[in-house]
Write a protein that binds this ligand. Structure first.
Ligand SMILES: [Zn+2]
Length: 503
């Protein structure tokens, strides 16, 4: 059915800028998802081809390079596997010495060899959140110690929880917990799977992993199995579920006499360094006094390569977001200069753990303090459908052919309001269901998250999951290009409003 609104919208936009061309979106997705690019895995040639394609399109559109006089900002990765025999956790209590877990029986990886032994201390959820008047570390000295903490947040499945109801806040993320422990002088962090988690905990699969060669992370973090965690506290006579309930009830620090030392041996193997890039281009602000303020839009161009002999084309994830980014580049190049500066970034190595984005926030091209907001385009091409990921956990509307999910805006109500206002002329149905998700952790699964951790307002435009997610079935012809064009149009309007609006 046609409605009056989209036609009106096109007319309004045509007066101020080029509009979105769905056939260009289609052509760019087809190129990036094609077989010769072999799934664009970071450190493999297909990912480099994608990067050079994006740079060429940036150049054609005619805006300025964003990294000095280059479009590329290379960063170094290490690829390795954990040696599951040599990696282990051992508990020492009095004269007792017991292997708690071998490499494959716990989750996590660490790119450097490490061998340490230290007292272990329990720190609740491992959260310090002054804005919620919550501090698991109050009065606790963890210098030189190994911190043991639950994953997630207090009252995770309670809609009235002060921590964003049933949704996650940044404090629930393992990354934040690791940084908090590290800042306080801990030598390692061991996470306990939350007894009330709705999906069973699965240890790592032991495959190839990638990490930044230069990272802010200096200490290892591993997630124990529930059995190993239970065994570690068994001598106290407490059960994990009771401990969690007590924390959730009181929202106060809880201490537990563990009286043990844990020995951690982490052994990465087969390390291989390599370079990948992120690409940047920018549009210098028109007003000198506002030029130092920046609005950023980005998409990651890498995907997961080849699995079991089959290419994972990653058409939705994330050729769609890159195609949208290139279209935005063309639209902005054809439009009047915004008052603030605008950056368009294409990140590498997202699938390896948001590495391009983490690298950026550690070495931003513009100060993060002057970064007004970031918009992440990742998976913007498909109609969301129930899948193995979501079955029994998240309700998907029967018709999502005009629906867009916003992720991350629970932390930025002003940004959420602005997006809804701009959407009035685009006409998508906006859903915030993924901002109320505390099960699939979408909040920290994509490139906007490193910005949220640094306090920069951030939103992820996300079409949601389909049964083709991360499979060979994520192909270009399944994309809804009409909806995708509307999402790109909305991204343009939001960036424009952020770049031109009042402070
Ligand atoms: Zn993605």
């Amino acid at each position: 059915m046609r409605t009056f609104l989209p036609a009106l919208c096109t007319a309004v936009l045509a007066a101020t800028a080029q509009d979105v061309h769905p056939e260009r979106l289609r052509a760019d997705v087809a190129f990036l998802a094609a077989e010769p690019l072999a799934g664009r895995r970071a450190l493999e040639p297909g990912s480099d081809v994608a990067a050079h394609f994006i740079a060429a399109e940036f150049r054609k559109a005619g805006l300025q390079p964003g990294a000095g006089d280059s479009f590329f900002q290379p960063f170094e990765l290490i690829e390795y596997r954990m040696d599951s025999e040599a990696t282990r956790l051992v508990v020492h209590r009095g004269s007792e010495r017991r292997v708690l877990a071998h490499g494959r029986d716990f989750g996590g990886s660490f790119p450097r060899h490490c061998s340490l032994r230290a007292p272990v201390v329990f720190a609740g959820y491992g959260i310090v959140a002054p804005e919620y008047d919550y501090d698991d570390y109050a009065g606790l000295d963890v210098r030189g110690k190994i911190v043991l903490a639950f994953e997630y947040e207090p009252r995770a499945h309670d809609a009235t929880s002060p921590f964003n109801g049933t949704g996650n806040t940044v404090h629930a993320s393992p990354r934040r917990k690791l940084l908090v422990a590290q800042e306080r002088g801990a030598v390692a962090l061991l996470l306990i799977p939350a007894p009330n988690r709705k999906r069973p905990f699965r240890p790592g699969r032991g495959g190839r992993v990638q990490a930044l060669a230069e990272s802010e992370i200096r200490i290892p973090m591993f997630t124990l199995t529930p059995e190993a965690a239970g065994a570690l506290i068994a001598h106290t006579g407490r059960r994990l579920a009771d401990l969690q309930q007590e924390l959730d009830r009181s929202l106060k620090p809880l201490r537990l006499p563990l009286e043990a030392e844990v020995e951690i041996r982490a052994a990465p193997a087969g390390g291989r360094p390599g370079l990948t890039s992120k690409l940047a281009r920018h549009h210098e602000g028109a007003l000198p006094d506002m030029r130092s303020q920046t609005v950023i839009q980005f998409a990651h161009y890498d995907h997961q390569g080849v699995r079991d002999g089959k290419t994972l084309p990653g058409a939705d994830d994330n050729a769609s977001g890159v195609a949208g980014l290139l279209e935005l580049a063309r639209m902005f190049a054809a439009a009047p200069r915004p008052r603030r500066s605008l950056f368009l970034l294409a990140f590498g190595a997202e699938e390896a753990g948001l590495l391009g984005s983490y690298y950026y926030v550690a070495r931003p091209l513009r100060p993060l303090a002057g970064t007004r907001a970031v918009i992440n385009l990742d998976m913007i091409g498909r109609d969301e459908r129930p899948s193995q990921q979501t079955d029994g956990l998240v309700e998907i509307a029967p018709d999502t052919s005009n629906e867009l999910n916003l992720v991350g805006v629970h932390a930025s109500p002003d940004l959420a309001a602005l997006i809804r206002r701009e959407n009035a002329l685009v006409g998508l149905r906006i859903s915030d269901k993924w901002d109320r998700d505390g099960v699939l952790n979408v909040l920290w699964r994509c490139d906007h998250f490193p910005f949220l951790l640094r306090g920069v307002p951030a939103v992820w435009f996300f079409n949601g999951f389909t049964p083709d997610y991360h499979t060979p079935g994520d192909t270009p012809e399944k994309i809804n290009y009409a909806k995708m064009a509307k999402i790109v149009r909305l991204a343009y309007r939001v960036a424009r409003a952020l770049a031109d609006g009042e402070p």
